[in-house]
Design a protein around this ligand. Structure first.
Ligand SMILES: NC(=O)c1ccc[n+]([C@@H]2O[C@H](COP(=O)([O-])OP(=O)(O)OC[C@H]3O[C@@H](n4cnc5c(N)ncnc54)[C@H](O)[C@@H]3O)[C@@H](O)[C@H]2O)c1
Ligand SMILES: C[C@@H](O)[C@H](N)C(=O)O
Length: 343
């Protein structure tokens, strides 16, 4: 017991010293990204390294990085289910901010619920305790999937009923509530944004909104795409460039400006049919067919339009990439990626 108390005291003493040092020297924050080799992590590291310096952003995951990722900056192994391993990383690398991306997304989570519970819920328990012990600022993305069929769907306000029907959505509501609780109880600097479907040229991780990425890859490679959602399924979306800017601006927003720890952010909403129509302007021979599968039911429980007025009001959030620009960027980026990979 005495040993435990001494250890706890020394952890907190260390934190206090570490923090004042950071404030005095005004050195850039040292940022750890967990689950960093997925769709958002690699791009997020590039973005934040541009701002805070290459070696101040540490990517981590349980999968092997490509040579390209390794050339970009530091990348290490970290399993969010291994609490001691995470402690060691925070201490060894003097981490200040934690961006927790590890998760199983909405569609893939339904295929392996026990694993989703472990990664999304147990993982969250580990990182939040870690952040509390070491006084870290912690960002955990939430999602439009944290709402459910009982929520108003168009628009979906920041505060409303949340009864999601996927394990992914349930785990994100859990993360939001736990984070807010740690903020009120322990003063933890927990921050979360409810992102819509994020669109980038990278391979998505198994979400319901993934069609809006796959459609570009198939259109450019094969000239056709079979969509797993009905043509009129409206969902909220955002280009990755805006998503990362939102994350970065929100992380830097002074606490006094924030009336909430969790904010909706969005950029646009569209249906597969509307997206295909815009794509045809760039790819005139493109054809799309529709064969809805189990993801349709998930999509039907998501918001159609997120109301992000509170983020706009409190920390001046404003998207920059509109629908036409998103399509243009995706055609360009996916074409370049396919050309570079030789198929
Ligand atoms: N991509 C989107 O459209 C979107 C939208 C809203 C919210 N988000 C959230 O953003 C975060 C990142 O999303 P993404 O699209 O990059 O997901 P992704 O599925 O592409 O990446 C998740 C990463 O987590 C890693 N991971 C799995 N188990 C792990 C473990 N035990 N320890 C450490 N890492 C582990 C995976 O290897 C993977 O690289 C997620 O939390 C997701 O909920 C994403
Ligand atoms: C919406 C977001 O969380 C993710 N792209 C999913 O569909 O699961």
């Amino acid at each position: 017991m005495t040993l435990l108390r001494t250890t706890i005291r020394s952890v907190f003493t260390f934190n206090a010293r570490n923090y004042s040092l950071n404030l005095q020297t005004k050195r850039p924050p040292k940022i750890l990204i967990t689950g960093g080799l997925g769709q958002l992590g690699v791009e997020c590291a590039k973005y934040l390294r541009g701002k805070y310096g290459r070696d101040n952003v540490l990517l981590s995951d349980i999968i092997k990085p490509t040579t390209e990722v390794l050339n970009d900056g530091p990348c290490i192994f970290a399993d969010i289910l291994d609490f001691k391993g995470l402690q060691k990383i925070v201490v060894d690398h003097r981490v200040d901010w934690l961006i927790h991306f590890s998760a199983l997304l909405s569609a893939i989570g339904e295929q392996n619920v026990p694993l989703a519970v472990r990664v999304n819920i147990e993982g969250m328990h580990n990182v939040i305790e870690l952040a509390k012990q070491y006084g870290l600022r912690i960002f955990v993305p939430s999602t439009a999937a944290a709402f459910g069929p009982d929520s108003p769907r168009n628009p979906t306000p920041n505060i409303t009923v949340q009864r999601p029907r996927t394990i992914y959505g349930v785990s994100k509501v859990h993360a939001e509530l736990l984070g807010e609780y740690y903020f009120y109880k322990f003063g933890l600097d927990f921050r979360s944004l409810r992102f819509p479907g994020v669109i980038s040229s990278d391979v998505p991780g198994g979400g319901t909104t993934d069609y809006a990425i796959a459609i570009f890859h198939d259109a450019i490679r094969k000239g056709r795409y079979e969509c797993y959602l009905k043509p009129d399924t409206r969902l909220p979306m955002m280009h990755v460039r805006d998503a990362l800017r939102a994350l970065s601006e929100f992380l830097e927003a002074p606490n006094e400006q924030l009336n909430r720890r969790v904010y909706n952010v969005t950029s646009m909403s569209f249906t597969p049919e509307e997206l295909a129509d815009r794509m045809v302007k760039h790819l005139p021979d493109f054809q799309v067919t529709y064969k809805p599968d189990s993801r349709q039911e998930i999509a039907d429980s998501f918001p159609q339009v997120l109301d992000d007025s509170e983020a706009r009001r409190d920390w001046n959030w404003k998207p920059q990439v509109d629908f036409d620009e998103l399509v243009k960027l995706m055609v360009k980026d996916v074409t370049e990626k396919i050309t570079a990979n030789g198929f």
